[in-house]
Design a protein around this ligand. Sequence first.
Ligand code: B12
Length: 227
Amino acid sequence: MGLKEIHKDLIDKQGRRKYFRMLNPELENKPFTIKPNSIKKKQRIVFIVPNFHWIDEDVNALWDLVPWNLCQIASVIEDICDEIIIIDAYKENLSEKELTEKIVKFKPDIVGLTVLMDQYAEVTPITTRIIKKISKDIITVLGGVYAMANPERAMKDKNLDYVIIGEGEYVFKQLVGFYSGACDLPSRGICFRKNNSFELENRGHAKFIKDLDQLPKPSYHLIDFLS
Ligand code: B12
């Protein structure tokens, strides 16, 4: 079967991908900002790369994954947060107990997880269970390709509070701003449960950031990848 035949249901009459139209693509023209004096309580944030070895000992898991996406997101919220750390449970090959100890010690308000692809989906509920066992009050957020490709599937994990759909920089900043008492929830780019019910509210794909040059440089000082 030719490629055109395989793709026929994915492409519209003008030859464009139907999927892209479904994202309702729009450009974000200016950075999302929060006035420091509007913040009522500064948040403590832990970003986590889950330990993929908990689910996959196959050769694919030998890739070195630098969590630069988390450094990138951290860079836009450093000015509005109390403290931010990145725990790379994959690189450090942490046990569930070791990860628990690190989270307990830091006392986060919000934990942001990244899972690059579907291949690692199963590690998410293991990690969110660890977090919610420490405290039900910690807000859990998941971003990355696995989450955005199918947010409803990711949200089947009852210990997950939010999925970020699309580029996370401004969406996460607004989510942190919401829990800091400074603004509303983002109007796009999140999926969550309505009023503690089982019903999901999917606000669709985030706007695409038009000018990436306006983003600050990634917060590489939060990781020590070469050690
Ligand atoms: C670079 C890359 C790799 C690199 C990874 C290097 C690295 N340091 O991460 C390497 C070469 C290792 C790689 C390998 C593979 N890859 Co790859 N890879 C990519 C690629 C091209 C870009 C990923 C990336 O870095 N994007 C840029 C960063 C900044 O974006 P991001 O991580 O998505 O983060 C943004 C948002 O998602 C969100 N976000 C992410 N995390 C979080 C967390 C929080 C808390 C928040 C708020 C937001 C948030 O905000 C971020 C900033 O905007 C994607 C394609 C794509 N367009 O995404 C494929 C892709 C992820 N890979 C894919 C695949 C299949 C693989 C392999 C399995 C291939 C193979 N058969 O071996 C292997 C698996 C390796 C492994 N074991 O992990 C698929 C996954 C498909 C799926 N649905 O799961 C993709 C989508 C390509 C494709 N279209 O098929 N890959």
